[in-house]
Write a protein that binds this ligand. Structure first.
Ligand SMILES: Cc1cc2nc3c(=O)[nH]c(=O)nc-3n(C[C@H](O)[C@H](O)[C@H](O)COP(=O)(O)OP(=O)(O)OC[C@H]3O[C@@H](n4cnc5c(N)ncnc54)[C@H](O)[C@@H]3O)c2cc1C
Length: 260
């Protein structure tokens, strides 16, 4: 739905010191991996993956700048504008899926994990964060019955190292038909490279600066593709050769910058 709907914040849940989930009633049909353009009246409109896709939808917001700080401060009853759902979703098929999430990437993957578990697909999820207090959605994944593996960069909980390093270990231990990943782009590039070497189909959710969300403005161009309509979920094999993958993105003024 391209028209903006005004919704009211029903509830906010603190996930960690810099991340909150905002829940609101919206009856649009969203599929796992799709995103909304979230309008903060008087300020900005930003893309956010749906972290909950039922009628009580949710977006999970990492506070990194002006718009996300405003969403962070939202309270019950506040008004927001929602456009979407937009973009290509995850294809959830096979008998066994490995999900690999880093940081806020878990937000996009959780609805996919719910659908996979609901369809009886054996699911393992790597949830990674810099430190234990920044891990999100661990309890939600455990309550779904997934095999949950945790990594922290500083070793404060379970595996010490990047989510991609733990994912490579998990890929050695088990057999998976599909891998779905969302998180820091360099992490995802490592996962995609390993999966393609092993012949495992891998889907990747990318983030780029966006304005229209509908393939018109060109802000999110990526190797001749538009992340808003050709993605945000891409097949790893379709993007591994794109020079920008894991290396460059465009800033708000259109200049090319190195991905931190
Ligand atoms: C399809 C899609 C889904 C997304 N889902 C989520 C989500 O579920 N949760 C979440 O917290 N964030 C998500 N994002 C990223 C989010 O849209 C940006 O963090 C937000 O727009 C930043 O706005 P700001 O005004 O707070 O910060 P700004 O001041 O605009 O930017 C702060 C920093 O973030 C970088 N940045 C801004 N926008 C993007 C972007 N789109 N991609 C990569 N880096 C960016 C800037 O270069 C800068 O370094 C998603 C982005 C896309 C494209």
């Amino acid at each position: 739905m391209t028209r903006t709907r005004i919704v009211r914040v029903e509830r906010t849940d603190v996930e960690c010191s810099h991340t909150v989930t905002i829940r609101f009633q919206d009856e649009s049909l969203a599929r796992p991996g799709q995103f909304a353009m979230v309008w903060i009246p008087g300020l900005d409109e930003v893309p956010m993956s749906f972290s909950y896709i039922g009628d009580l939808k949710g977006v999970t917001v990492h506070n990194v700048g002006e718009a996300t700080a405003a969403l962070h401060d939202a309270s019950r009853g506040d008004k927001l504008g929602i456009r979407g759902p937009f973009g290509r979703d995850y294809r959830i098929e096979g008998e066994s899926i490995l999900f690999v999430s880093g940081g806020t990437g878990a937000a996009s993957l959780m609805p996919a994990l719910e659908v996979a578990m609901g369809n009886g697909i054996r699911s393992t999820i790597v949830i990674g964060a810099k430190t234990a207090s920044e891990l999100i959605f661990v309890d939600r994944a455990i309550s779904l019955g997934a095999d949950v593996r945790i990594s922290t960069d500083d070793g404060s909980k379970e595996y010490k190292g990047f989510a991609s390093d733990l994912a490579l270990q998990v890929l050695q231990e088990g057999s998976f038909d599909r891998v779905l990943t969302c998180g820091p782009e360099r992490m995802m590039k490592t996962v995609v490279t390993a999966c393609l070497e092993k012949g495992i189909p891998v889907q990747v959710s990318l983030e780029r600066f966006m304005r229209c969300g509908m393939g018109i403005c060109d802000s999110c161009s990526f190797g001749g593709l538009h992340v808003c309509v050709d993605g945000p979920v891409f097949d790893g094999k379709d993007i591994i050769e794109i020079e920008d993958f894991g290396v460059f993105r465009r800033s708000a003024d259109g200049s090319r910058e190195v991905i931190p």
